[in-house]
Every structure is written in C-alpha cells, then in structure tokens.
Design a binder for this molecule. Sequence first.
Ligand SMILES: Nc1ncnc2c1ncn2[C@@H]1O[C@H](COP(=O)(O)OP(=O)(O)O[C@H]2O[C@H](CO)[C@@H](O)[C@H](O)[C@H]2O)[C@@H](O)[C@H]1O
Length: 646
Amino acid sequence: MDTLRPPPVFSSKSPLNCRGPTSPLNLGLIGQLGFTSLPKQKGKSILSFTLSVKGSINGGGIRGSSQDGASTVEDDKEGLLLGAERDFSGSVVGFNLIPQAGDEKVIVSHDTAATDEEEVSEDIESEEEIPIKVTHNIVFVTAEAGPYSKTGGLGDVCGSLPIALAARGHRVMVVSPRYLNGGPSDKKFSGATDTECRVKIYCSGGVQDVAFFHEYRAGVDWVFVDHPSYHRPGNPYGDPFGAFGDNQFRFTLLCHAACEAPLVLPLGGFTYGEKCLFLANDWHAGLVPVLLAAKYRPHGVYKDARSIIVIHNLAHQGVEPAATYNNLGLPPEWYGALGWVFPTWARTHALDTGEAVNVLKGALVTADRILTVSQGYSWEITTPEGGYGLNELLTSRKIVLNGITNGIDVTEWDPSSDANIPSHYSIDDLSGKVECKIALQKELGLPVRPECPLIGFIGRLDYQKGIDIILSATPELLQDDVQFVMLGSGEKQYEDWMRAAESSFRDKFRGWVGFNVPISHRITAGCDILLMPSRFEPCGLNQLYAMRYGTVPVVHGTGGLRDTVKTFNPYANEGSGEGTGWAFTPLTRESMLAALSVAIATYRDHKLSWERLMKRGMERECSWDNAAVQYEQVFEWAFMDAPYVG
Ligand SMILES: Nc1ncnc2c1ncn2[C@@H]1O[C@H](COP(=O)(O)OP(=O)(O)O[C@H]2O[C@H](CO)[C@@H](O)[C@H](O)[C@H]2O)[C@@H](O)[C@H]1O
C-alpha cells in the first residue's frame, strides 16, 4: 500500500525541477479566482493612480506584468483590470478587479513605486454603476480535447467550452494526455512545447515521472501530460484488441498530474495557484475531487479550490477490482469513497464478493458539485433505469446536481463557411445544400438522385447508440425508395454488419467504417434526415450539428435528444408549424420506422413544411454563449458553499 506523500512545494520555488517555460512570457494569463472586488465609490474612484505597461504577451490580449508582489495584468478584450495578489510562495492567489475607465488601457497596481514604463494618470471619475464580473481560474481535466484528441463528444466539448469560457474573461487551462500513436495524428501536438517541468507521482507501488507540454491557443492554456503510457498505437482508450488494460493507471497519472499543474506550472509567468476551479470530466478525471479532499486539503492545500464533476456518460465509471485501490495513491482510510459492491446477480462466481473500486462514484461523493450535459439527463441519472447503479447516490446529492445542455463550436460547424463541404449555404440561400447532397452521393458511389430522401447516421457503434435497432429496421427501411449512409466505428459485430449491408443493398446503403471528421461534416451537410435512435443520450451533439446544417433529426426522445429536438407539428402557429424534427418513443424498431416514415412523407409531399422545419433548426441558438453563462452560475454556486472536506 502506498503511503500518502506530502504535497509538493509550489510555484517556481518548487523542488520539482520546474524550470518554467523555455520562452518566458509567451504564455497566457487572464484572470484569477477569489479576488476582492473594489467597488467604485460614488463620484470618485478609490484608485489613486493607474499604470500603463508597454508590451504585449503572445498577442493574446494580455498586456504587461510586473514581477513584484503586486503583479498586474490587463485583459483588453473584456476591459477588466486585474491586480494580482500572491501568497507566501509567490503563487497568484487573487486579483483585485477594477473597472476600466473609458477607452484608455490602464493597469491598476497597489505598488506605489512607479518605473520608467509607468505613468501616472488621472483618477477614474464616473457616476455609472459598473457591473463587476467574477472570473475564475478554471482547470479542465479530460481524457480528450479536440482537435488534439477526439473520439467522440467529450473531445468536442473539452475542445470548445474552454475557449468560450476564456473568451468571457476566465483564465482557463485544459489538462489532458499527450497521446502519441506513431501516426499522422501526432502532429496535432506539434504546437505544444516542453515546459521542462517534471513532477513525481506516487502510485501503483512506485514513482512515475511525468512531464508537461504546453500550447497557448485561442486564449486557453492547453497542457499535455506526457508519460510513456500515453505513447502507443491506438486511440486514447484502446486499440483493435480492446480497451487498454492499464487505463486505470493512465488516468490515475492524469489526475495526479492535473492536481499539480496549477501549483507548479508558471504559465505566462504565473501559476494558476490554489484558488482554482477544477472541472473533472467523466471517470477518467474522477480522481481529481478525491485527491483534493484526501491528498491536498488535509495538508492545507487547495482549501479554497472547488471541483465539479461533469458527467458526459454515466455508463463508464472506471470500475476495477477492489485490490487496485492500492494503486491510486490515496490514503487507505479513503477507501469508502470509492468502494463499490456489485449486486449479487452481477457477480461472476459463488466466491466473488463483488467488491470493487469505482472512480466515478468517488468523484460523485467528493466533488463540490455535479453537472451533466442536459437537464433531461440530470433527472434520468437519478432513476434506476438511467442511474447505472449510482442513482441513489445521485439522488442524495440532488441539491448540487444540475444539467446544462452542451453548445457547439459554431465556427467549426457552419454551413456557410465549412471547409469540409463542397458547397456553402445558409438559411437565406439553401441552394448549396442540394449540391452537398449530390456531391455526397457521388463520393459514396450511390446513384445521384437529389430527389431521393437521404438518411444519415454518425456515431460510435455501440449499444448506447441503438445500433441494434438500426440493424433490425434497415431491411424494412430500405424497401422504401430511400438512401441510407452510416459513418461509425466501434463494436466489430456492427462494423461487419455495415460492410455486409453495403453489399446487400448496393444502390441504397453505404457504411463507412472508421473515424473521419471531414466525412462527418459532409454527411451532416448532404443528408436530409439524421437518425439517432440512442438508447440513452446525455446530450448528443450530432443532432445539434444536423439542425444547424438544415438536416432534420429523427431521434429517440431521451436525455439531451428530448431536450433539443422538438417534434414537428404542422398545425401549430396557424398552420405554419412548429418543431425541428421528430423525437419518437418508445425505443422500438416499430416506433423508429413510424417516425422515419412520417419524416420521409413530409420531405416528399410537403416541401414548404420541410423547408420551414429545416429553417427552424438552422436558426436555433446552439452556440456555447448561453451554456457558458449557465456554467458561470454553477461556478458561483460552487463557491457559495464550503468545499468538501470529508
Ligand atoms: N466515425 C466518426 N467519424 C467522425 N466523427 C465521429 C464519428 N463518430 C462520432 N463522431 C463525432 O463524435 C462526436 C460524438 O458526439 P456525441 O455527443 O453524439 O456522442 P458521444 O457519445 O461520443 O459523447 C458523450 O459526450 C457528449 C458530450 O457531452 C454528449 O453529447 C453525449 O451524449 C455523450 O454520449 C460528434 O462530434 C460526432 O460527429
């Protein structure tokens, strides 16, 4: 059993061989959690002077930083002035947030010693009440983040939500592994440089050295944890032979490293410090809240930090035999937080006690708040049907459980500018869509028939996505005059079925086995209907992409699909109709075929209704802006309550 090691010393004074980035000041610094706001006094600012600091860092909108105890930065995007406060170790622990006067770029300092680069300017005078915006130091911890690594929706969300939050003034770091598989995808990490910071992680009965690589892009600090276990062929989780056997170890490393990153990485010259907010995504990052509670807070570290576990998929919980608890680098007395007992029916033999460790359970117990990626799903996981054994625990924490529907990256997914599609179109001119359809039919070798309803499916080929329902319904569906294309990879039986179906239905069916982002864009643009019969769907992104591309979704009414797709009603609004697609229920072959048949008939026989359906989907608000505001509300709640201490 490993003993708990004392937490490291922090910042540039850390003994962890952190020498900081090779080229200092080329990184990003935006804001900091836990600052004291300085309210404006009526008629006269409490600020007695301001400083202008010349020079910019990395073109990222950040200007100037003094190297003394009252460092200052300026965020010229938000017009906020941030005066950094530091703790005894030099870590930035807070900022004074001061409204900016007029157009003049000013930096507020508590340091009275002016330098050559500083000039005294006049007091800020204003009668206006200027709202003060709270910004946080946010640390995303995730197994994947697009475009560096993406196998599904988690990569999409962790690739775009951090950018949206950074644009709103938060200082945002994303910590994920530096996966190198020896293929072309390795070059995605080429922009990240070695910070030359190394930390030692005590787990699995030994000591592991991990390194941190870093890239500052789109206002976000992308931090990649480097370790030999992330360098192997395959995707982040496995290879053609299945999931990697050491995933618990690999993601334990990620979590330990992510907890160290804010303390030891002087990004842009400053660490994120202890007052940060961890957003731990799915079970892979689930040890983060546990480590805060069990490893750091007992030693007085991260006392003011908060953590939120974000559930993108409750079906994966990181469950391993109980004996592996010793590998996690946690004190023995914390076993109860992760301890898990399988029900009798799920045990493998008479002597199996069913004891296991469940990383996601540990996160749900210790996180300060719990988020899911839609409101519908946040309720479903509290039910026995959707809770995957964790429903009672989730119900007991209902007071800190919320759902926020995912947004999408509206720059990457924009039919009027998408570089992956052959013709562009918009709500005002849909003509490019039929060209996309024709091009897709040609590309896939289907008969070019623009009038023929083209149905698409994109997604992982597994039980969650209802592939078995598609399988059973396809022969009947293809009796109609339609075409059907599927893009996906996953379970071998389904991949084989797709290949077989392609040879059985040469003129009507195409199955593209693999993971190909450009093709996914072309299918989204070229199809008329997108099919998503997911058994459960925490949010779902493809239906959001589809609606933005004027492709009408036909979905199983569950979780985020039910929240985002409103079933078409031609009689509403005095005959102009309402709805953006079809959400069928229950999940059966018959009800799916019935919904598809209504959709196909509408496409064929009610052109005007169809066009209105498309347009209603296209004009739906789906950017991250709304979601980011809701995240900020949850951040506020997280800091209102005391942190979890066990
Ligand atoms: N073969 C392929 N080629 C190219 N691209 C492919 C592909 N297969 C899938 N994709 C892409 O991967 C993403 C899948 O996202 P989803 O949200 O639909 O599902 P996923 O189950 O992975 O995500 C989980 O997390 C997300 C994010 O929170 C939740 O929306 C979701 O409900 C939950 O199950 C989409 O961007 C899709 O285009």
